[in-house]
Design a protein around this ligand. Structure first.
Ligand code: GCU
Length: 343
């Protein structure tokens, strides 16, 4: 890596950036200053806000991304990660990236639906036949196309992180068949498809932000929620919800997003560094995800949670009408294409 050339590029970048995206960046001095070339002492820091706790596999994937980017760029581009929803809910984080107050964020595609309507496709229950089908779609042309769909809204997707499959967890009684949801208030993410999915299965959807859900469960504002195993464990929702029913109704990925205007102003070399570090972090996170999902299921059982394995076909049959509602729309067209992807 040619350090002087790379730093020159970053210096030019800082000069070129407009006011809109300047807030998303922190310009500073390098940790190891070069007294012979003051221009070579400059670096940029990208601010990345997200809502996960630091032990969460996706959060650890982003730390890996930041570490690799610093290494690959020889310290010229660093990432300042602000975790735990300190900067707000995922919807608020998306707004901050859109307005250039933040360079990057990581969100579930569910809140992203309000900004990029095509993302609704990931909220449709039992669209993916299994994990292999899901990843074949994400890694193929449809996945790549969807990552870029947000560019018009100022939100460019850089990669998908594995966020597993989402299943119901409840305080008092297990969900073994769709009818068990009758009369139950189930927390959902802020998204139309999450609301529609719970409604289609017979429950009452209640949108609450991720950070507020623990107290909402404790105060019995809702009877349950739905999420993947690492999130169920890390949020300690198992302290209130003692039944986890692995119906795996949706596979909603997480997306790493960058402000589009900022991205376009980055020199090609900087974009390449970022993309290379992102791609490595995806491989790392997906491996971590597998290990952590098993560990999370074991951990919640030790905490007294009963894991149930309901017949998924019952849930798929009851919610099938939801996919039909989208026929003839851009999301419906995506459904058709996704169904044709092998295996
Ligand atoms: C998952 C997802 C998060 C999201 C959360 C939620 O954990 O990875 O991005 O915030 O679900 O249900 O709100």
């Amino acid at each position: 890596m040619n350090r002087i050339a790379s730093i020159g590029v970053v210096g030019a970048l800082i000069a070129a950036l407009g006011a809109t995206v300047a807030a998303a960046l922190i310009e500073g001095e390098r940790n190891t200053p070069n007294p012979n070339d003051p221009a070579a002492n400059r670096h940029i820091t990208l601010k990345l806000g997200h809502a996960m706790d630091q032990q969460h596999p996706v959060a650890r994937g982003m730390v890996f991304f930041a570490e690799r980017l610093a290494e690959i760029s020889d310290g010229a581009v660093t990432v300042d990660i602000i975790p735990n929803g300190q900067l707000g809910s995922e919807t608020e984080l998306l707004e901050q990236v859109q307005h250039g107050a933040l360079a990057m964020t990581k969100v579930s595609t569910s809140p992203l639906e309000s900004f990029v309507p095509e993302m609704a496709v990931f909220g449709l229950p039992y669209l993916f036949r299994d994990e292999a089908h899901f990843w074949n779609v994400l890694e193929g042309p449809i996945g790549r196309e969807l990552l870029l769909k947000g560019a018009q809204a100022g939100l460019r997707g850089l990669c998908y992180y594995d966020a597993g499959a989402r299943s119901f967890y409840t305080a008092n009684r297990p969900i073994l068949k769709p009818d068990d949801l009758a009369g139950l208030k189930i927390r959902v993410q802020s998204s139309e498809t999450s609301m529609g999915m719970v409604k289609a299965l017979g429950g009452f959807p209640t949108p609450i932000s991720f950070g507020e859900l623990y107290s909402a469960l404790q105060q019995k504002m809702v009877d349950g929620a739905e999420n993947n195993p690492p999130s169920f464990r890390n949020t300690r929702h198992f302290e209130v919800c003692k039944h986890y029913s692995l119906d795996e109704h949706t596979r909603v990925p997480d997306l790493l997003i960058v402000n589009e205007k900022l991205w376009q102003q980055l020199p090609a070399q900087t974009q390449e560094w970022i993309q290379a570090a992102v791609d490595e972090s995806v491989v790392y996170e997906r491996r971590l995800w597998q290990e952590d999902t098993e560990a999370a299921l074991a951990a919640v059982q030790e905490e007294g949670v009963t894991i149930h394995y309901p017949d998924k076909a019952l849930f798929a049959a009851k919610s099938a009408g939801m996919l039909k509602q989208y026929e003839g729309t851009p999301v419906g067209d995506l459904v058709e294409r996704i169904e044709k992807v092998k295996p």
